[in-house]
Design a protein around this ligand. Structure first.
Ligand SMILES: C[S@@+](CC[C@H](N)C(=O)[O-])C[C@H]1O[C@@H](n2cnc3c(N)ncnc32)[C@H](O)[C@@H]1O
Length: 234
């Protein structure tokens, strides 16, 4: 498809001390981490250097779209990877036949993806989830978000959630994986800050229907988490 135009190891927190509600611009914080890591990719606190096991399990259960025969599938062949980091999840989607656009706010992360996967069909680009290109609106049969929302200051989350939901095409699917916590749980000093159910409600408020939720760990997890599948009505 033509386009216009990448094992969590621990529960380590990953940025400097900064209360969630005061916020911290995402770009300097994340760019600094990727830049400081240099070629030592394993030193990036969230680096798995492999696709997320929950994504792999879900994709296995879904079946890849057959782009050659247009065999009906529950997901369209065009996918958007949110906050792609070092690119492993985007590569997994591409390997399964999706035509993938993957973005991250950090230009250094995007450069690392291109270096790691020089022959990749994935379109990697630097972009801010709070300011997505207009042509991505309602475009993707599959949108995948893993651990980006929890990285954002709380004040930015409603807009980010609306933007992610907005990228899902009619009948398209959204995969969300994030750390969760109780509504009243106070924020710790460092990212990642748990995503509250009241924040996740932004996805249904944006017109998506929740199809499926997992909140127990078939694979080890450092924090309580949810994996939710949403769909936009056809
Ligand atoms: C915890 S990391 C997770 C990376 C990747 N999804 C993974 O699971 O390995 C959060 C990612 O979100 C990116 N990010 C933070 N704020 C962002 C924003 N406003 N727009 C796009 N990406 C952002 C960071 O640069 C970082 O790569």
């Amino acid at each position: 498809m033509a386009f216009s135009c990448g094992q969590r190891r621990s529960g380590r927190a990953y940025t400097r001390v900064m209360p969630a509600d005061r916020g911290e611009p995402a770009l300097p914080a994340f760019e600094e981490i990727y830049a400081r890591a240099g070629d030592d990719l394993a030193s990036v606190p969230w680096a798995r250097l492999a696709a997320h096991p929950l994504l792999v399990m879900w994709l296995d259960s879904l079946g890849a779209p057959d782009v050659r025969t247009s065999r009906p599938s529950t997901a369209d062949g065009e996918a958007l990877m949110v906050g792609c980091g070092l690119g492993d999840d985007a590569e997994e989607l591409a390997r399964r036949g999706y035509a993938v656009i993957a973005f991250d706010v950090s230009p250094t992360a995007i450069a690392r993806c291109r270096e790691r996967f020089p022959r990749s069909p994935v379109c990697y680009r630097a972009a801010d989830v709070l300011n997505l290109p207009g042509e991505w609106l309602g475009r993707f049969g599959l949108v995948v978000e893993i651990n980006t929302i929890q990285s954002l200051p709380r004040a930015d989350r409603p807009a980010a959630i609306a933007a992610i939901a907005g990228a899902v095409a009619p009948a398209g699917l959204l995969f969300v994986r994030c750390r969760t916590g109780a509504e009243e749980e106070p924020d710790g000093p460092e990212r990642p800050w748990p995503v509250r159910r009241s924040e996740l409600a932004g996805f249904t408020a944006a017109g998506l229907t929740q199809l499926d939720l997992i909140d127990h760990a078939p694979v080890p997890a450092a924090f309580p988490f949810v994996r939710i599948i949403y769909q936009r009505q056809a």
